[in-house]
Design a protein around this ligand. Structure first.
Ligand code: ADP
Length: 242
């Protein structure tokens, strides 16, 4: 359909943009970083030192954003494959194991038996679930509960990530999927924006419900039918692999 074609164009544009930024901006930033480190070793007056510190902080922020863009625009394996929903949930949890804070949260997972296989970019979906788990960790304090569930609802597999953390106000909720919306010191505000785009490119959807001071649930739904061959333009997935 027309809407689908427009969506694909946007996705392609996004992938190319991300790849372009990664290449063109990444290297000079690395040089600036090392030059700053050299300068910081010198005998500097307080004023200069504090300004250099501010520059380094801002630089860090840009580099964080860039890393996030690259993570999403360069999947390890950009091929569409078939896989079990259980596999991707378990792999996301496996990677999340190394994230600080996870040991002081309770992680539960309940994957229904006999779920149909999914078709898509496996590594992207793993990355998205992983990101949602990290957000849930950030939203909870020690002793928090994070629950992952996968079940079938008619022709869709739903993977949900629920936390009993800080939740979100109506204002926050209305801005959630905007790029660069973040309430975190080190946040980029790109995780949900990119995740939603990727899931839609799989023909699925990302939705949520949240109550302030009670918690949040994110739901990924992915249709179980075969993908139409053109659902995701190859540029999105491979343009950064030069
Ligand atoms: P980032 O994690 O870099 O801030 P995201 O796009 O992943 O970027 O999230 C944007 C914002 O949405 C977060 O800064 C936070 O305010 C809010 N958010 C995301 N997930 C949750 C959650 N599980 N509980 C409460 N707030 C959340």
């Amino acid at each position: 359909s027309q809407a689908q074609v427009m969506h694909q164009d946007k996705m392609a544009g996004f992938g190319l943009l991300a790849a372009g930024i990664a290449h063109e901006v990444g290297n000079p930033l690395t040089s600036i970083s090392s030059l700053l480190q050299i300068l910081e070793k010198r005998n500097l007056d307080e004023y200069t030192r504090s300004k250099l510190g501010l520059i380094a902080g801002q630089l860090n922020r840009i580099q964080g954003t860039l890393r996030e863009l690259m993570n999403f625009s360069r999947p390890v394996n950009p091929d569409r494959t078939r896989f079990e929903p259980k596999e991707i949930v378990e792999e996301a949890l496996h990677i999340a194991k190394y994230y600080k804070g996870i040991k002081s949260r309770t992680i539960e997972s309940d994957i229904a038996e006999g779920l149909p296989q999914l078709t898509g970019i496996r590594d992207q979906l793993v990355q998205i679930i992983f990101n949602l788990v990290l957000n849930a960790i950030d939203a909870t304090s020690k002793g928090g509960l994070i629950r992952l569930e996968a079940r079938r609802i008619e022709n869709v597999v739903e993977i949900s990530i629920r936390d009993n953390g800080v939740g979100m106000s109506a204002e926050q909720q209305s801005r959630l999927f905007q790029p660069y919306f973040t309430t975190k010191k080190q946040g980029t505000g790109l995780g949900l924006f990119i995740s939603a785009k990727m899931i839609r490119a799989h023909g699925g959807d990302l939705s949520f419900e949240s109550t302030l001071n009670q918690g949040t649930i994110f739901r990924i739904t992915i249709p179980t039918r075969e993908w139409e061959p053109q659902s995701v333009p190859p540029q999105v997935l491979s343009s950064s692999r030069s």
